[in-house]
Design a protein around this ligand. Structure first.
Ligand SMILES: [Zn+2]
Length: 407
């Protein structure tokens, strides 16, 4: 089984290397924006969108032309990758996975990617990596890189530079150590409730830092834009954002690791988090209902990092030979696990479940988790037997993996 894994480290560049990295990230951004402007212009003139090969030819012309000769100083592969990124942005847009590609701004995801492993040298013994046009860069080695290097991304965040090394290696087909199956109900009051009764408290990292962030943002707004004091205040805002992101990442990793170690099959609801967060405000023609209450909920949803959590569970389970199964969210909060009665009346409050038919009473999140586990078992069984499948609820990957699952 092939395992793809990324290893990320902080770089310790020299002053000259840092200036170069800033220039390269800028050149990639320039190429992305110029290509996007070109595509937009062609569209308004009724011309066909250019494919990657044609864009790459344009890039050669830009590099050799007199208008932007400085593009020649940047390594060519990362510039081509910027064009590939634009291609992907268009593909995602046409597949309705994302909005229309937008122009990149300076300081917003500054990064560039080296796709050719032949041009990259990794010297782990001396904690350094060789990249075209940058030379040997020292990095803070926190662990050993495993596998063969496939590509490398250099990125800047909060004034620090990082290298992410994507590798590939052959590992033995893992045999799950755990044998149990569990359902997970994701919520706002509790981050996650497991069908075995385990509860994970909410993260709310954003809420906790909200006050500090608000103050820092106010301080920034009082400064004259682009003055030295404004830059200092802005750096502080970015630092708080970074702290929030770190706390969240840490929490999500700990939780997803614990769950994937303890269980071989994990069932989770297919919540379309992006739709939920988008729908609150509504549109000008059809303004959303309960906008205030919902936007409060949405803030919490986004804050919890459910999407990232699901992504982590998916790959961590796969590493250990387990499976993530997504089930459609219909009725999971309204079905009685005891007698099977389905009614909205079963759930009188957010927290309590009380069956109007048989009187079964339990915490509502736990009931949700139990129903999700049942739905997961059902889904698994019917896919294995090749029976008619309910409309695909999971991502393609989870669904195909569910097909291999035996319970
Ligand atoms: Zn009942």
């Amino acid at each position: 089984m092939q395992r793809f894994q990324a290893f990320k480290f902080a770089l310790m560049p020299t002053g000259e290397q840092e200036r170069q990295m800033r220039r390269f990230a800028g050149a990639c951004r320039f190429v992305f924006n110029k290509a996007l402007a070109l595509q937009k212009e062609r569209y308004t003139q009724g011309e066909k969108k250019l494919g990657y090969t044609e864009l790459a030819k344009e890039l050669t012309a830009w590099r050799n032309g007199s208008e932007t000769p400085w593009l020649k100083d940047a390594p060519v592969h990362p510039l081509q990758q910027a064009l590939k990124d634009l291609e992907r942005a268009y593909t995602n847009f046409f597949a309705k996975r994302a909005g229309f590609p937008r122009f990149k701004k300076k300081g917003q995801s500054d990064s560039f990617r080296y796709p050719d492993p032949k041009q990259i040298k990794l010297d782990q013994g001396n904690s350094r990596i060789f990249l075209p046009k940058l030379g040997w860069l020292r990095y803070r080695k926190s662990r050993e890189v495993l596998g063969t290097v496939k590509n490398v991304t250099v990125s800047q965040y909060c004034g620090r530079w990082f290298v992410s090394i994507q590798t590939e290696r052959e590992v033995e087909q893992p045999v799950p150590q755990a044998t149990t199956a569990v359902g997970i109900d994701l919520g706002v009051v509790r981050f996650a409730t497991l069908s075995d009764g385990t509860v994970y408290a909410p993260l709310n990292s954003f809420r906790r830092h909200e006050e500090a962030l608000r103050k820092a943002q106010q301080a920034m707004s009082r400064k004259k834009k682009f003055s030295n004091n404004w830059k200092k205040a802005k750096a502080k805002v970015l630092r708080i954002h970074a702290r929030i992101a770190n706390a969240r990442r840490d929490y999500l990793h700990k939780t997803s690791t614990a769950i994937s170690k303890n269980h071989a099959m994990v069932c989770i609801e297919d919540l379309r988090v992006r739709n939920m967060s988008k729908s609150a405000a509504g549109t000008a023609e059809a303004p959303g209902r309960n906008v205030r209450a919902k936007s409060g909920l949405n803030k919490s949803i986004l804050d919890q990092g459910w999407f990232e959590f699901r992504r982590q569970l998916d790959y961590k389970l796969a590493w250990r030979g387990g499976h993530l199964i997504t089930v459609p969210p219909q009725n999971t909060s309204r079905t009685c696990p005891c007698c099977g009665h389905v009614s909205a009346d079963n759930r009188q409050t957010q927290a309590r479940f009380l069956c109007v038919e048989c009187g079964f009473e339990e915490n509502a999140d736990l009931v949700g988790a139990i129903n999700i586990l049942r739905a997961g078992h059902a889904r698994c069984a019917c896919e294995v037997s090749g029976a008619v499948m309910p409309p695909a609820a999971g991502t393609h990957r989870s669904a195909s993996r569910a097909a291999q699952c035996r319970t």
